[in-house]
Design a protein around this ligand. Sequence first.
Ligand code: SF4
Length: 379
Amino acid sequence: MAMDLQQRLDLLTTASRFDLACACKYPDEPGRQRGPDGRWIYPAVLPGGRKVMLLKVLQTNACANDCTYCPFNSNRHIPRCSLRPEELAKTFMDLLKADRVSGLFLSSGVQGGPDRTMDRMLQTVEILRRRFGFKGYIHLKVIPGASRAAIEQAVRMATRVSVNIEAPTEQHLARLSSRKRFYQDIIAAMQAISDLRGSLNPRCQQTTQFVVGAAGETDKQIVTATARLYERFRMERVYFSAYQAPDPSPKGIHDLFGQEIYQADTQIAKGVIREHRLYQADFLIRRYGFSRDEIPFDQDGNLSLEQDPKTLWANLHPEFFPVPINKAQRWQLLRVPGIGLKGADRIIAARCQGPFRTIEDLARLGIRLKAARPYIRLD
Ligand code: SF4
């Protein structure tokens, strides 16, 4: 039965929730949550920290690919539909005029090959930019295997482009998809984006996303691959999305080799905690000055689900503590559990007025004293 515009929007915006692109949060916090209307619109955090509402939608959920983790893969029998570029652009402008969104996140299943798919997405963006004069935020997914010409247009017009890497190595990706090629389709697209944005649109950002827990990969493999992506392609952000089985089995989630990943009753919680730990490790490397080798993994190469990596590192390095709060440099303060980026800056600013007399003085600076107390001293 033919679906009307409303039904197609319902389907294609619901489908887009699997791509985070903007979140480092638990399920009840912005990023996995819907907007106030409970449909189509998702809260997101833009680079720089601005919170916005995005229309997050697929151009189509029809797809010729067979990615095992994806609810829209070609083997699944689900209702399929598409939005024409004109109707998607017009829908977005109506929502923009009604002040319900300020940006667009556009992805798509692959229909008719990477370039034909990109062509429809690029048409949508072109209508918004050229015909409607929209100058705001557009995040455009690049389809793996897209030509350099298509990537060039995407970089010219979008605020942010991303091609999802999904897995840390060629071997892991091969377990997830028989069609996507790690180097030729994904790494080459990232390289093209990195090359082009400097000359065409220096403000265009590049991000990517891993699906976590579908291919038997370890956290260490993901953290290592993430560090390389930042170094090689100057990625603004790398996102991690916990694998969620399209049809969770009452017997739990198993990977492609029958290995149990999560028990049924705890599968989402554990998957999301793993995702959260990866974000914490990512922050330690990007913002706190930790090297990749300092991130503590267990003997299987995974982050602890019970303890955050910064606290675990502190407990493994008693020789570093207690840190003298009145003398420590910023990088030393940042190693203390309970002291974040703002907290370290506030401590340094407050010390200009005179030394701290008691540990309790730190509480008024927003330091989590309960966490920090065992790792600091006064003199
Ligand atoms: S190409 Fe994208 S939409 Fe298609 S099956 Fe893979 S992840 Fe899903």
